[in-house]
Design a binder for this molecule. Sequence first.
Ligand SMILES: Cc1ncc(COP(=O)(O)O)c(C=O)c1O
Ligand SMILES: N[C@@H](CCOP(=O)(O)O)C(=O)O
Length: 464
Amino acid sequence: MQYVSTRGHVKPKGFIDTVLMGLADDGGLMIPEQTPVVSSEQLQAWASLSYEQLFLEIFSLYINDEIPKDELRAMVARSYSSFRNKEVTPLKKVHDSLYILELFHGPTFAFKDVALQFMGEFYSYVSKKQGEIIHILGATSGDTGAAAIQGVRGKEGIKICILHPHQRVSKIQELQMTTVQDDNVLNLAVKGNFDDCQKIIKDLFFDLKFKGKHHLRAINSINFVRILAQTVYYFYAYLQVNQGNDKPQLINFSVPSGNFGNVFSGYLAKKMGLPVNKLIIATNENNILERFVRTGEYKPGDFRSTHSPSMDIQVASNFERYLYYLLNEDAEKVSAYMEQLKSEGKIVITGEDLLKVQSEFVALGATNQQCLDLIAKYKSEHDYLLDPHTACGIAAYEHAHMDGEVTVALATAHPAKFDEAIILCEIEQEFPEEIAKLLDQPQFQTVVELDEAEIVRQLIDFYQ
Ligand SMILES: Cc1ncc(COP(=O)(O)O)c(C=O)c1O
Ligand SMILES: N[C@@H](CCOP(=O)(O)O)C(=O)O
């Protein structure tokens, strides 16, 4: 399996080189040259596998044996040994048509742990085996940063710098990142929003001289391995829902979305042959994706701070990967569209292409009030406490009226991370011990202006 760029100007690369490259050198995103397809017989044969075994089967379709099987198995076992539930991503039945896939049982209580625990192992492996210098640079709206730091803290040969928007993440997210004292961790709190942070890191990754000189590596979902690791739980959920069914059912997934990484993993799983009906894209009031699915116009709007801060994102970086497939893998067309987005501030998809989008996705941008109402409703009707991101997912599911079909709603974070919203619903929750103990710890972070030159100075100082 070789990997190419959505913009067509990167020579095909193997798996490890693709992960190390992160953002494609031509500014695009790396994707597999062909998508491996899993037959229905193969899928059935996977039904009895554990999460870790399923991970190995799916990864073996993509990694060309570049990591010996026994080493990969050990990396996967270590990655998921830190999860509090042995199923890794357990599925809870709400009623016959709705299941909740809990993705928050990892060390930092959000779905990012599923991929980033493995990425920590991966970077450690290439650092030791290949002597690669690993200087991670990432941007976060709160969860990726915490999970990435947890995945590599204290690991030899690795340094990590995370940019987060100052005072725009939840208190627990901030504590998860900034109470880590290991020398290989730097937190820069940027006086801007997540889109600003993401733009800065993308600019730096695209400066190939700077990237090469400082050995920059990506942990955001611009990195294909993040996408791939996230496909595993779509397969796992499908197999769990259909366990023992003679006639396996097509299912819908409702996915709280921001950077479009999680839902793109679902799209990839579907491309690989997973019987998925609709992918429901749930956003908050930063509803660029909803507007895109409804009208075909992809146009970043005004940034809003909401009760689901991790999804306070206007520029969805993985949208480009979807565009590539929508445009029949025509890299020249993708490049032209991305150029247009830069120069005119929007892209418009029309005609057959728009119908195709609408046949694959349903989308809703939940308002702040809808989000809070859903949290209160599920607590009182189902005694289930949703976090505000998951609540947007459930709001989108209810709006889509998928009655009579089976939908799996992805629970992307634990409510304890977002008590600010839970309190507004007049609900008191008990914090898990791992979260409660963060509250009285000292914090380490450097607050910086939204100034790329200043951020670069901080990075050079840290990486040397
Ligand atoms: C809790 C939570 N839910 C949903 C999302 C959105 O996921 P994605 O960016 O993959 O669309 C994020 C952040 O990305 C998140 O942290
Ligand atoms: N919500 C994310 C934003 C970054 O997304 P990523 O999937 O590209 O890492 C976060 O919590 O940081």
